[in-house]
Design a protein around this ligand. Sequence first.
Ligand SMILES: [Mn+2]
Length: 455
Amino acid sequence: MSSSQVESPTPSSTMEDTTPNPPPPPPPPNPNSDPDPDPICFPSDGSLTREWIRTLTSAFHHHSKNLPPTSLPLLLPVDSLNRLLLAASNILHKEPNCVRVDPPAAAGEERGGGEFSVVVVGDVHGQLHDVMFLLEESGFPSEERAFVFNGDYVDRGAWGLETFLLLLAWKVFLPHRVFLLRGNHESKYCTSVYGFEQEVMVKYGDKGQQVYRKCLRCFEGLPLATIIAGSVYTAHGGLFRSVAITPAKRTKSKKGRKVISQADTSILKLGSLEELLKARRTVLDPPWEGSNLIPGDVLWSDPSSRSGLSPNKERGIGLLFGPDCTEQFLKRNNFKLIIRSHEGPDARDKRHDLSGMQNGYTIDHEVESGKLVTLFSAPDYPQFQATEDRFNNQGAYIVLRPPDYSEPEFHTFEAIKPRPKVKPYYDFEEVIDSDEELDLISMANNSTFDGITVI
Ligand SMILES: [Mn+2]
């Protein structure tokens, strides 16, 4: 970032919404010589522009390189931040659990699918500089380039708040072209263990608690899945069980009232899109018991090389699903591709039946109707590492193009280095891996958050 960009914006004609590829902010030649940018105001009419997002990006970049975390409110005052969170939350909560991302009709007819493409992004985990690079390299969101983010914006990395806010700004600016799905880390439990809550408290001090609550309110609004061009299903973890109640389980009590028992979870069957649409996603932590199990499955499940659906014992929540489940889901819905995320190089290090995540993606299932891909977009992950060997993995993103959008084009990239030096916001030496069994008791205690303010 250079101060001239913040103070002397490029003429507005180059920043029209119709510009498919606005020039990215060039990196600062010498960041230490830049004066600090002015505080950012949320536009009074609530409508964001490309220029506003560019200013926000530059301010975050400058701040991360030059200033202590506690000074973030000087660049993004809490009032501006609250207004951004509220605007995003209002949009997110109106979206269905499963959002359809379709090419504009005109593009398809006139140009055989036109130029419309969809970029799919996996876990980013607060690695702001890598996200900035990804957006720049893939081309920023526009009318012709939609984005689907598969969740896990926060935790572990040191800039979860900035990363999440930047993506929310794009969502508010282009709500019909930018789609943010929920990851398992967008929950109260995970953010209290893996750093995001602490990060917000450090950065916003005595306003931290109210900012964190508003972030949680946004997390609850994030949809669970997308269907791209009618043929690609994306979600953070993957597939999910049926929670349909077997008719035989409907009984009458002695007084003649109908008693509907809980879903029989002993027999696991694959769920349908209709069931996905009916699930209640507005929970701080997806439950692992009871009848509302679909959000937990979608956010926490993993593919397996073994057939069938089974409880995900390693994680304590969600499912393991085999290639037969992938085939059944693809065939039943006439899809050709599943893109899920959720497993980084650390998780894959322990899973000997599946490929490693060194390149940021793996093809886990190849079946008659199509395939299932895992996509991970945080290179050199995690930022703070307890073991001696860093994974030094590449990150990846996928571009889907016409005519049918179901042949993934993989793009890999290296981490942006050096990363600014910062202290971690969680005890990375002691914390359990999130791919290991959850502390369900602490999660249950955490889920009752009676102080929550609904904005
Ligand atoms: Mn995850």
